[in-house]
Write a protein that binds this ligand. Structure first.
Ligand code: THU
Length: 129
């Protein structure tokens, strides 16, 4: 992921966040996943009245990408208040496709400041069958 792609990925995650359906938590999350061919796939968290059925932004983006035929990725940006790190479930699901994925965390409360980590650091020794 080059600097221009990173900038575009952050912008896409911020836009995707605006589409979140989060009436229960009021915690809005946007994700943008960069395919190795340069295509960006967006996702937002989609909550449900039956709370446990909620889908995180990261997994929504991944589902869109895989459905479009993309299974190799070079980065993900995640935008939320506080620049939060992805949940454990999303780490495992992302690791299915890219154990070394660069992760860009965008803090919407701090002027969209970014923090960069690698999925391998967030999820060492992921499960694989
Ligand atoms: N959420 C995400 O979209 N991604 C994460 O990695 C963690 C949490 C969402 C789920 C729920 O809609 C809201 O944030 C509060 O947990």
């Amino acid at each position: 992921m080059n600097e221009q792609q990173k900038t575009e990925l952050v912008a896409a995650a911020l836009e995707a966040r605006l589409m979140a359906h989060a009436p229960y938590s009021r915690f809005f999350v946007g994700a943008a996943l960069l395919s190795t061919d340069g295509t960006i796939f967006r996702g937002a968290n989609v909550e449900n009245a039956s709370y446990g059925l909620t889908i995180c932004a990261e997994r929504t983006a991944l589902g869109a990408a895989v459905t479009a035929g993309h299974q190799t990725f070079s980065g993900i940006a995640i935008a939320a208040a506080g620049g939060v790190s992805p949940c454990g479930a999303c780490r495992q699901v992302l690791a299915e496709f890219a154990t070394q994925l660069p992760v860009v965390l965008v803090d919407t409360e701090s002027n969209n400041a970014i923090r960069e980590v690698d999925l391998a650091a967030l999820l060492p020794d992921p499960f694989s069958s």
